[in-house]
Design a protein around this ligand. Sequence first.
Ligand SMILES: Nc1ncnc2c1ncn2[C@@H]1O[C@H](COP(=O)(O)OP(=O)(O)OP(=O)(O)O)[C@@H](O)[C@H]1O
Length: 237
Amino acid sequence: MDAVSKVYGKGSGAVAALREVSVGIPQGTFAAVMGPSGSGKSTFLHCAAGLDVPTSGSVRLGGTELSGMDETALTALRRRQVGFVFQSFNLVSSLTVLENITLPLLLAGARVDRAWLAEIVRRVGLEGRTGHRPAQLSGGQQQRVALARALVTRPQVVFGDEPTGALDTMTARDVLVLLREIVSGLGQTVVMVTHDPVAASYADTVLYLADGQIVDSMAAPTADKIAERMTRLGAWK
Ligand SMILES: Nc1ncnc2c1ncn2[C@@H]1O[C@H](COP(=O)(O)OP(=O)(O)OP(=O)(O)O)[C@@H](O)[C@H]1O
């Protein structure tokens, strides 16, 4: 994204959630976005994913320029080019695991690539569970369904908003290992917002947001280095 600003509201009540943010996340890499509460992390993710439209500046997803697209075009683009994983798994409780995973294809009017479907079901370790309903699965398994669902359209980018926030430490680690594998093994680009230095340490790069700007970045992060940097940047929740 290039010089992206996002202002919510007007006049004296206006809040600049992003201020001239320029950053490129190379394809096939894993980026973690960190920052204090209110620093603009969700806004960054939403603008990068075409869920929200910047007030100014331009966003490119893969080779596609999002600026100037209307809502219909953005929706179509999101359905095919973007995968999402949220803190609350957002699965459809009345559908089976397999139906949840293939739902984005149904919405996009795309056909199911059986070989790819089998590959991602295997990668997320859900073979033998595909006929279950979400309520019959553990939290970690549900998040792995969400991850498979995010991958099914072979998107340009998978975006995660605190994807391990609702999981216990061990289960979170499994999901993070899996995210790492889809980047290293499948060449998938992943961008994840997190508060957790351990989660961020699975990324290739950590971007630090403060007050709507990227104030720092770290390559080859470790949890200790991240925690130390967070302390230095101050005011973390
Ligand atoms: N829809 C909105 N209307 C008005 N202000 C908003 C809106 N969304 C976000 N903001 C403001 O923009 C700023 C950045 O918010 P954002 O949610 O992006 O931060 P964040 O870093 O994701 O925070 P958190 O870690 O608490 O989720 C905050 O000051 C917030 O109050």
